[in-house]
Design a protein around this ligand. Sequence first.
Ligand code: NAD
Ligand code: TYD
Length: 352
Amino acid sequence: MRVVVTGGAGFIGSAVVRHLLNETDHAVHVLDKLTYASTLTSLDSVSGNRRYGFTKADICDASAVKAVIEEVDPDVIVHLAAESHVDRSIDGPGAFIETNLVGTFVLLQAARAHWSRLPEPRKARFRFHHVSTDEVFGALGDEGLFTEETAYDPRSPYSASKAGSDHLVRAWWHTYGLPITVTNCSNNYGPYHFPEKLIPLMIVKALAGEPLPVYGRGENVRDWLYVDDHARAIRLVFEKAAPGSTYNVGGRAERTNMEVVLGVCAALDRLRPRADGKGYADQIAFVTDRPGHDFRYAIDCSRIEADLGWSQTETFETGLAKTVAWFLENEDWWGAILARNYSGERLGLKQP
Ligand code: NAD
Ligand code: TYD
């Protein structure tokens, strides 16, 4: 199949592209605006593949999107392009409305025009797969899990914009019959993770000898999934799931932020001990909490396990060890980001 991947130069998108080119015969064309969050070097290992193509374009640009879709003539569109960082959505929500809402609308219209002209059986087989987040469901207390039936209750500009994009995608199925699928996934981590997010930020700050900023008391809980397990789930859903269906994807790995940061410190203590003999946990510093900080996310992923036979291959402990080792071996990759795009300053404290 020919697959267009929007946001393929980002963290999860590049994992999807590497997975599809390494593990399938699909041809993959990346459509990406190359924002601050993108790193084309994440695609270096596959960019020489004859089945790989790339166009720099904004998903809000209808004529550019139309041109790519006409050129590639895809069987599947996997939509990951988004503004993805909650803290940045607090500082500047406008870009989240533009890309996540308007961009998704533009892409849906282009996909629909393309799909409506496809001959059978390609028309029946076409999929628009939308990659979304568990944050659309809001925040949990100490108990309970998000299922596919949980009502939407987004709390941050980021999650509200993703919730809106999910509604648009489902509306294009119900109204126009565009064959869509949706996945709502928990927090990802792994290689090529942009160092504004918790785990990579803690790794690079620990190595720089800087304080490790834990918001509030570090008691908030996230459900962590290794990024390659997410990439496999996305492929399974667009290859096998019924049009109109939704799947939750999660790691069955709930951890408080303190547990995560202590896990990062322990892995670094093992793999690259501090020269002064002290532990990296000495660098932990509690800082002002994120405004509107969702307390807990946790996913019930039994539907994708039962229907499609998906399961994760990494536990949080094996995945975190691999991730820390990868960051130690790939300082060039994140060093270039720190020098050029983002140097680790605190984001998301601006009040209106
Ligand atoms: P990311 O920020 O690492 O990458 C986003 C990519 O989209 C970048 O390459 C960027 O250049 C591109 N992009 C942004 N705006 C664009 C535009 N207007 N036009 C074209 N390209 C544009 O994000 P990520 O963490 O890889 O997340 C990918 C998707 O998965 C997002 O839709 C996100 O909401 C969703 N998601 C993320 C997580 C997570 O833990 N990171 C969890 C669940 C779902
Ligand atoms: P993040 O990686 O931004 O993902 P999300 O907000 O989408 O879940 O943050 C994960 C958790 O870590 C979240 O509860 C906020 C917290 N956090 C910190 O404590 N310190 C930090 O420097 C960052 C970036 C996040």
